[in-house]
Design a protein around this ligand. Structure first.
Ligand code: PLP
Length: 468
């Protein structure tokens, strides 16, 4: 492709993106295609001869958008949001055009130095003390894996990477049942094994880990000759927003000299608002904290920030420096790939820089406060409906509810979720609370308005009513 064609098609793509965003409310939120609908329309082998861009672009428009679930739709209330604020998309156009590989300082000094700066902007915005350094990871799953590897290495006297785990006793990690499955996967990949992920019971309105039970579990493991390594606490668990009492958990962790990682992948964005910080009170005691600006804050996927007290420990765990990756002659530089599992890195700092400068922290706070308020209002309206019950109260902008239908309640609520999503005006998902299905709602989409919350109420009650 020559540069003129590149220019023209880039403009066409940008125009398409702007039109797409402008008309999102007219689309069903969840893709309404059936399995196989898309693949049937794609040739079963690559063409031998190149094709015209006109044909490729026309096929994109004909086949792809209808097969997309529209995560930027203002009435996307499922999972957690994956907000891509327009300004961060513009930053990513630039990043994609420049297409630098940012694994080392010298492979793109601007990417490294901007990353250092914007991650520190975020640290300040979240109210974390300046003892934390930070790095942008691709996902919270990767950040948690890095934290688990560090806690494992520290517990094994830095010998796990070299000797393997067989030479040692069982490494133990502690978490409640409310943590995200990325914690289980980190434990598997780190070779610790699910059997050594000790589940601590929860209690209280926020379904937080019981610190006394945590202490007892660690003591029992020490007596049995196991090797306690660390605790993974959550602020804003995926299912119902569970929050562990970080200060109390941290006191137990410190007393036993263990490592504390806090997963605030979703709720972390809300901590730019000081009034929500009680949910992670004591977080300054953590060794590692992860949150995803690619969820609620508006930096398009992927962009997960990990704050770390001791980057030296993470580098000691993950860095490998063959000659071909060495950067001779530069003192005091940071090579962020040494803080991460993958070597290659995208230039992710640019979208954070654009996002925070364009909206300002106050603009982002207003968005988050609105979502929390609209979600609370919706929960109140649903609670007042005769056939509905609130299952978990709002934690920030997440709550769950159940419709009391005839017959089996689980089947009924799953069928209701499916009917709501087939309708297309809104999109939400289900979860399981105390063994029973509940319908999960979270408000968080960047372009959402209060009218969208009203529409959610109308759709939920209207469809449920037709079933009575
Ligand atoms: N932690 C929590 C609490 C989550 O809700 C999620 C995803 O929804 C994750 C971790 C995993 O995030 P990622 O997709 O960035 O790995």
């Amino acid at each position: 492709m020559d540069n003129e064609a590149f220019r023209q098609w880039s403009r066409t793509a940008a125009d398409w993106g702007a039109d797409y965003r402008a008309n999102l409310r007219e689309r069903p939120v969840r893709a309404q295609t059936k399995p196989g609908d898309i693949i049937r329309q794609i040739a079963d082998a690559a063409p031998e001869a190149g094709e015209a861009m006109e044909a490729i672009f026309a096929d994109f428009e004909r086949i792809i958008p209808d097969g997309i679930t529209h995560w930027q739709h203002p009435r996307f209330f499922a999972y957690f949001p994956a907000n891509a604020a327009p300004v961060s998309v513009i930053a990513d156009y630039l990043v994609t055009s420049v297409a630098a590989q940012c694994m080392l300082w010298q492979t793109s000094p601007a990417a490294t130095e901007l990353e250092t700066r914007v991650v520190d902007w975020l640290r300040q915005a979240l109210g974390l003390p300046d003892g934390f350094a930070g790095v942008i990871q691709d996902s919270a799953s990767t950040a948690t894996l890095a934290a688990v590897l560090v806690m494992r290495e520290k517990a094994l006297g830095w010998k796990g990477n070299s000797e393997g785990l067989a030479a040692h006793g069982a490494v133990r990690v502690y978490a409640s049942k409310q943590v995200h499955t990325s914690i289980d996967r980190a434990i598997w990949i780190a070779g610790i094994g699910e059997a050594n992920l000790v589940r601590i019971p929860t209690k209280g309105p926020l379904n937080g880990m019981d610190p006394e039970a945590l202490d007892a579990a660690i003591r029992a493991d020490l007596e049995s000759g196991h090797i306690p390594a660390g605790v993974i606490a959550c602020t804003g668990g995926t299912s119902i927003g569970a929050c562990d009492p970080i200060a109390e958990v941290a006191a137990v962790v410190k007393a036993h000299g263990l490592y504390l990682h806090v997963d605030a992948a979703w709720a972390g964005s809300a901590m730019i608002c000081p009034e929500f910080r009680t949910l992670w009170k004591g977080v300054e005691e953590a060794d590692s904290v992860v949150f995803n600006p690619h969820k609620w804050l508006g930096a398009n996927f992927d962009c997960s920030v990990q704050f770390i007290k001791s980057p030296e420990d993470q580098v000691r765990t993950l860095a490998i420096q063959p000659e071909y990756l060495k950067t001779h002659g530069h003192d005091g530089i940071v090579n962020y790939s040494e803080w991460s599992v993958p070597l290659g890195r995208r230039f992710r700092a640019l979208k954070l820089w654009f996002l925070m400068r364009y909206h300002g922290l106050e603009g982002l706070r207003t968005m988050i406060r609105n979502h929390v308020r609209w979600s609370e209002e919706l929960a109140e309206r649903i609670a007042a409906e005769p056939d509905f019950e609130i299952v978990s109260k709002p934690v920030l902008s997440l709550f769950s509810f159940r419709h009391k239908g005839r017959g089996d309640s689980d089947q009924h609520n799953i069928a209701l979720v499916n009917a709501i999503n087939d309708d297309g005006r809104i999109y939400l998902t289900q979860t399981r609370v105390d063994g029973r299905i509940a319908i999960r709602f979270q408000a968080g989409q960047f372009e959402m308005t209060r009218d969208d919350a009203d529409t959610a109420f109308t759709v939920i009650t209207e469809i449920a009513r037709t079933w009575n």
